[in-house]
Design a protein around this ligand. Structure first.
Ligand code: ATP
Ligand code: MG
Length: 148
């Protein structure tokens, strides 16, 4: 399945995140790809809000990974990873990602997933963010990708 979404504000991107939850497998890995500032973390903020997480979500650039307890009926935990500085998935595994992958009720979200292809599951959902023509416009491509 593929789909293309267009958003015109941060709020709109966060609302899209809320609507996409039902399309995600549980347990699941959601890959968020796209340039700096294209809206990946903004999207995760929308996910967190929809999952009942009150914490402020910032990119875990130095800690690599941050987990949050959720109160949603589908997901009880959100794990947010930022692979921007990485060249393989080893550091994420050392940071504890292995315990979270394939754990029922856990949604793992990875920013800059192309940096850690080696640890992605055989099938994952990819959202690719790109800038639109206008300042607050973003295009978000949804696809299910399988490794060959
Ligand atoms: N339609 C939109 N969707 C998402 N963010 C938007 C939109 N319009 C404007 N913005 C702004 O763009 C910025 C997106 O920043 P964000 O940190 O989410 O990007 P990112 O993709 O996570 O970047 P990085 O790769 O540096 O982690 C924010 O300042 C946000 O307010
Ligand atoms: Mg980010």
């Amino acid at each position: 399945m593929t789909a293309v979404y267009r958003t015109t504000s941060s709020k709109h991107t966060q609302n899209l995140a809320r609507r996409i939850i039902r399309l995600l497998p549980n347990p699941g890995v959601l890959c968020l790809s796209g340039d700096l500032g294209s809206g990946k973390t903004t999207f995760v903020q929308g996910l967190a809000c929809a999952l009942g997480i009150a914490d402020r979500i910032i990119s875990p650039t130095f800690t690599l990974l941050q987990s949050y307890d959720a109160t949603h009926k589908k997901f009880s935990q959100l794990v947010h990873c930022d692979a921007y500085r990485l060249t393989s998935g080893d550091a994420l595994l050392v940071a504890g990602l292995e315990d979270f992958l394939e754990r029922a009720g856990t949604l793992v979200v990875i920013e800059w997933p192309e940096q850690v292809q080696d640890i992605l599951p055989a099938t994952a959902i990819w959202l690719t963010f790109s800038f639109g023509k206008k300042e607050h416009e973003r295009t978000i491509n949804f696809e299910v990708r399988s490794k060959e």
